[in-house]
Design a protein around this ligand. Structure first.
Ligand SMILES: [Zn+2]
Length: 191
């Protein structure tokens, strides 16, 4: 998702929504008021930045902010403690493997990866994300998408070594009389 570097001012609130819209309140560097208006915006295509001249409604001071779109560099912390860069393609491959020969299209997998990527970027403040958190997000999504893929994924992710590991997890999946999963598992019941 997008973040903005703002110079000559401070971001008070940056809420990045699902459709990449941003709501940012600036603090006046002179009187600290958050009440200011934009007097002039100049997009600088070459530098991919937008410079805004702002006027403080409280003290009348003029100041400039610079907004720059920047992707976060996410790092995954594995259970072993090892750090590695977040790799969207690697995540997609692990989900594809779980969905092999299931009725799940590449576009659904791509959407799932995108939604997980967004969730990681919007739900975490830290750039270092535990792999368990990503695994949890994938598990939750797959359970809703395809329960067989869910079991496959969890068996790899949780390193199942015994048949009883499968039994335990399958027994926890609530289903109706026709075998359809009826609701999402509570997070605490699995992990
Ligand atoms: Zn001011």
């Amino acid at each position: 998702m997008h973040f903005f570097d703002v110079y000559f001012s401070q971001i008070m609130l940056a809420r990045v929504g699902f459709d990449c819209y941003c709501y940012i309140i600036m603090r006046c560097p002179y009187c600290n008021s958050s009440d200011s208006r934009v007097a002039d915006s100049r997009p600088d295509i070459e530098d991919a930045v937008i410079r805004r001249r702002r006027v403080c409604n409280q003290c009348g001071a003029k100041f400039t902010t610079v907004e720059r779109v920047q992707m976060r560099d996410l790092t995954i912390r594995k259970n072993s403690g090892k750090l590695e860069p977040f790799d969207r393609e690697k995540l997609a491959r692990s989900i594809k493997l779980a969905c092999r020969n299931r009725d799940v299209g590449d576009d659904q997998i791509d959407k799932l990866v995108t939604s997980i990527h967004r969730r990681i970027e919007t739900e975490t403040a830290d750039d270092i994300v535990p792999s368990s958190m990503v695994g949890q997000m994938v598990s939750d999504s797959l359970l809703n998408l395809d329960p067989i893929a869910f079991v496959r994924f969890v068996s790899v992710y949780r390193k199942f070594s015994k048949i009883s590991d499968f039994k335990k997890i399958i027994d926890q999946i609530p289903e109706d009389d026709e075998g359809a999963v009826v609701c999402k598992l509570p997070k605490t019941s699995l992990f």
